[in-house]
Design a protein around this ligand. Structure first.
Ligand SMILES: [Ca+2]
Ligand SMILES: [Ca+2]
Length: 148
């Protein structure tokens, strides 16, 4: 995830509300212990946040994966493509239609036409893989694609 993606996520209300709540809880823990906020026990803070129902990561994030599988997640180069189609291809035809894309990647509707190189209204694995390669080679891919 790049900095821009991080800021896109942080600007969402649930995220910054939970960040504020986490900061407040950390401040209370620091106050009660007489320590600085930087010295708050991170495990105790995380445990308290989880008790309150505040997620510490995406449900399919690295901590959840490690808890479920007992080992850290590693990515082979084609895993990103596999994972995308596993979640996005709802009708199982091996491609992602515009509707499937929009459902899997809300707020990224505009990007579909850039990935669908043959303009057939379906994303196939080669197109999605080519897009992943393009992103790796072009750190400013978003700015470049969004420009008219
Ligand atoms: Ca499909
Ligand atoms: Ca296509």
């Amino acid at each position: 995830m790049c900095i821009r993606d991080s800021f896109c996520t942080i600007r969402l209300e649930p995220t910054w509300m939970q960040m504020g709540e986490a900061a407040g809880i950390a401040a209370v823990m620091a106050g009660k212990s007489g320590k600085s906020v930087q010295e708050v026990d991170i495990q105790s803070l995380q445990d308290r946040l989880l008790e309150l129902g505040i997620p510490l990561e995406h449900p399919e994030g690295p901590m959840a994966y490690e808890k479920k599988h007992g080992k850290p997640r590693t990515f082979a180069p084609d895993d990103v493509v596999k994972e995308f189609f596993a979640s996005a291809d709802k009708n199982g035809d091996g491609t992602a239609s515009k509707a499937e894309w929009d459902s899997a990647r809300p707020t990224w509707e505009w990007l579909f036409v850039h990935i669908d190189k043959d303009k057939n209204g379906q994303l196939d694995r080669a197109e999605y893989k080519a897009f992943q390669d393009y992103k790796k080679e072009n750190p400013d891919w978003r700015g470049t694609l969004e420009s008219p």
